[in-house]
Design a protein around this ligand. Structure first.
Ligand code: FES
Length: 149
């Protein structure tokens, strides 16, 4: 027997399924790799055109994304996009991860409504900026002293 709360939850999910894919709903309700990171090798905070921000932290090992986390103050689809971009980046080489695009995030999420597609761009851009930050420090290690992460 299902409780009225479970029935309510199912009703909301049924409404969401009319607009969002199962993957998008799952990643927005159960985001992977959410949170900040101590002593990261790369970090970026990017503000999207909508005013929402995303942060990405990276741990790099032998030129591979060993760990990656994110935070956002944005909407459910930005949470889903941040979650998916971290899943796509994990285990990839730095140069492969750098090529992860907005379209890759959209494809992996099974698409987003047009008005939310910029959330996937914000996620891909923040990952790219975090990798750029990592590469800058790799090139000029003294810059790490001026970083807050
Ligand atoms: Fe701005 Fe989702 S990131 S609405």
């Amino acid at each position: 027997m299902t409780s009225s709360w479970e029935q309510f939850e199912e009703l909301i999910k049924a409404e969401m399924r009319k607009v969002y894919s199962e993957a998008a709903i799952d990643h927005s309700m159960n985001p992977r790799n959410l949170g900040d990171m101590e002593d990261a090798d790369g970090f970026a905070k990017v503000t999207g055109p909508c005013g929402d921000t995303m942060e990405v932290w990276l741990k790099i090992n032998n030129d591979t994304i060993a760990d990656v986390t994110f935070m956002t103050d944005g909407c459910g689809t930005s949470i889903a996009s941040g979650s998916m971009v971290t899943e796509l980046a994990r285990g990839k080489s730095v140069s492969e991860a750098r090529r992860i695009s907005q379209q890759d995030v959209l494809d992996a999420l099974g698409g987003l409504p047009e008005e939310n597609e910029h959330c996937a761009l914000l996620a891909a851009d923040t990952l790219k900026e975090a990798i750029k930050g990592y590469l800058e420090i790799k090139r000029d290690p003294w810059k790490k002293a001026y970083r807050k992460y």
